[in-house]
Design a protein around this ligand. Structure first.
Ligand code: WTA
Length: 574
């Protein structure tokens, strides 16, 4: 990321909230935020109630909560429709004995049924675990196994990727489809929804009871289950106001899939906690389709990601001219570094500042952002939002002065912080190794005005099109292929995707390098894990650089790739 110190785009003076936000920031207090929730008075907590039923009960019953469309469907649901649909699904779950604390996973593409199921799971007090529809067998199995999920909601198409015979604790599989075969734990979603009554009791919870688990990648080991609790709603609601700038009449579109934390925290919780109309577009990305969605629904607040903006930029401005995008008021980005040239392009193409936001699966909500009330510096992630303190620490935990690069850290605690890594307390502790701080794994520096500038990951985690991919996960899959002896995986810089996955592979005896073999190996990863985990580039090597203890040295692979000096090789094998 190039650092364009000195380039500043002023905050929009026409934003009437600008002044009040800065005042709020000055006397910030989480308790003031808590007062907007019903539980502040009643003591009874449930995210689904605060996000859906509360609005239906308080004059927003006929307001559209969800606009959904894809190539075949075009449907809208009011807050009261959502209340009834989620009650029905809660009743389906209760009928099968699913209760508070159970883990229930959702594995399907974005459709209204995903959103009914998701909120229905929360209504019975269970913990929801969303999975990308792109996940293949192994990825699905690892997550269901680790979490001990008792039920999964999926579609007839994806059902074959759920290896029930290998998952003894998985008792119920609820299938969305036509002519679903039932019995032996298989449940027909549509049939049971049709039979379920539209009223249901909400399971009241404590603020520290479970809400959601997102599996995410680190540099070693299998993906980890990042566990969040109900209390996260405090921050998800508040950042909807202060960062997303949501107001009563907004039509809000977050392009993230619920398999990713952005698609839940800011694709479900935040907009619905704020009672706005939420847009979901199914199907794949295309510039026409995306601009058409903004035009169709008159989207006012649009939250997307750098890879998407780069693809839209490369699609050119002619396509923009065919659509009316004048409804847009506020545009935001998350997930990867937002290039200054994309921000400059956005000013010309949309006449809007694209506001970068930084946060992580583990943080549960926005941390460092360009919120509407502040001038933005293209290339900077922004400043900590009110209520959040960030700093750059050295490797011993000392706070560094401005312009010194180091570990990006957040002062603990904050309301939406993860509460555990499922089954893995040691992993959880690693994040908090310096007392009073959460260590993000990103490196950054801060300038003298308190703006933070992303520099990279401290570890080997790859960020490809905004998806976090653990190299170890891909390497483990690669060595399962009969031709692969050893594999080392790195992120290689890419102008559109940020990074792509590149694998260095040494072959077993008897296999000869060929393009067919490369394609077959890439396909093998795609089939086993997911399309976004498959290497886009493969290079065969006779030998891979390893430490004496046999660990593949990814930094040497990366140096080879980028034609950089390989650095200290004292621990290399030979
Ligand atoms: C990266 C996404 C630069 C970062 C909500 C972080 C970013 C990881 C930005 C978390 C940004 C996220 N600029 N890098 N604005 N936002 N990242 O858990 O490396 O999928 O640690 O959460 O994405 O990815 P995750």
């Amino acid at each position: 990321m190039s650092n364009v110190q000195g380039e500043i785009i002023a905050a929009s003076a026409s934003n009437p909230n600008m002044q009040s936000y800065e005042n709020w920031a000055g006397n910030f207090n989480w308790e003031d935020v808590e007062k907007q929730f019903s539980w502040y008075d009643t003591g009874k907590v449930n995210m689904a109630y605060e996000a859906i039923d509360r609005h239906a009960a308080n004059g927003r019953g006929d307001k559209v909560a969800l606009h959904y469309s894809d190539a075949e469907r075009d449907e809208s649901y009011t807050y009261d429709d959502m209340r009834r649909k989620t009650n029905q699904f809660a009743n389906v779950l209760r009928k099968h004995g699913i209760q508070k604390g159970d883990r229930v996973f959702i594995f399907m593409p974005r459709t209204p049924e995903l959103y009914f199921s998701f909120m229905g799971v929360l209504k019975v007090g269970a913990v929801v675990g969303p999975l990308f529809e792109a996940f293949m067998e192994t990825a699905v199995k690892d997550r269901l196994e680790d979490s001990g999920a008792v039920a999964i909601v999926t579609t007839s198409t994806l059902l074959q990727r759920v290896k029930r015979e290998e998952l003894p604790q998985l008792k119920h599989v609820i299938v969305v489809g036509n002519d679903v075969q039932t019995g032996d734990g298989l449940i027909d979603f549509h049939a049971e929804m049709a039979d379920a009554v539209e009223e249901a009791d909400i399971e009241w919870l404590e603020r520290e009871d479970g809400l959601i688990m997102h599996y995410t990648s680190g540099s070693t080991g299998k993906p980890k289950g990042v566990y969040h609790v109900q209390n996260a709603m405090i921050q998800q609601a508040y950042s909807g106001k202060i960062v997303l700038d949501l107001k009563e009449d907004d039509i809000y579109w977050c392009t993230g899939d619920p398999g990713w934390v952005t698609g839940t925290a800011y694709g479900i919780f935040s907009p619905w906690l704020n009672g706005v109309t939420n847009v979901v577009r199914g199907g794949r990305f295309s510039p026409q389709d995306w601009y058409g969605t903004i035009e169709k629904y008159k989207v006012t607040v649009w939250y997307s990601a750098p890879t998407a903006f780069r693809m839209l930029m490369s699609a050119g401005n002619d396509v923009i001219a065919n659509f009316d995008l004048s409804s847009l008021r506020h545009v935001l980005s998350v997930g990867e570094p937002l290039n200054p040239e994309v921000v400059r392009w956005g000013m010309k193409a949309y006449n809007h500042r694209i506001h970068d936001t930084w946060w992580m699966t583990e943080t549960g909500a926005h941390m460092i952002c360009n919120y509407p009330a502040m001038p933005i510096k293209p290339g900077s992630m922004g400043r900590p939002v009110p209520g959040i303190e960030a700093a750059i620490l050295d490797d011993r935990g000392n706070v560094l002065p401005p312009y010194r690069m180091g570990n990006l850290a957040i002062r603990t605690p904050w309301p939406a912080m993860m509460r555990k890594v499922w089954n893995n307390p040691a992993k959880y502790e690693e994040y908090f190794r310096f007392s009073g701080w959460y260590i993000s794994g990103d490196s950054a520096y801060m300038d003298e005005e308190g703006y933070f500038w992303f520099q990279g990951r401290v570890d080997d985690v790859i960020n490809t099109s905004g998806e976090r991919v653990g190299p170890f996960d891909v390497e483990s899959k690669l060595v399962e292929h009969p031709a692969v002896a050893e594999a080392g995986v790195i992120g290689k810089p890419d102008p559109i995707r940020g990074e792509i996955i590149k694998a260095f592979i040494s072959l077993r005896e008897g296999y000869t390098p060929s393009d067919e073999l490369k394609a077959e190996i890439a396909q093998f990863v795609k089939q086993g894990l997911s399309a976004h985990s498959a290497p886009r580039e493969i290079e065969f090597k006779d030998k891979l650089p390893k430490t004496r203890s046999g660990k593949i040295m990814r930094r040497v692979l990366k140096a080879w790739e980028l034609s950089l000096p390989t650095g200290d090789l004292s621990t290399i094998e030979d």
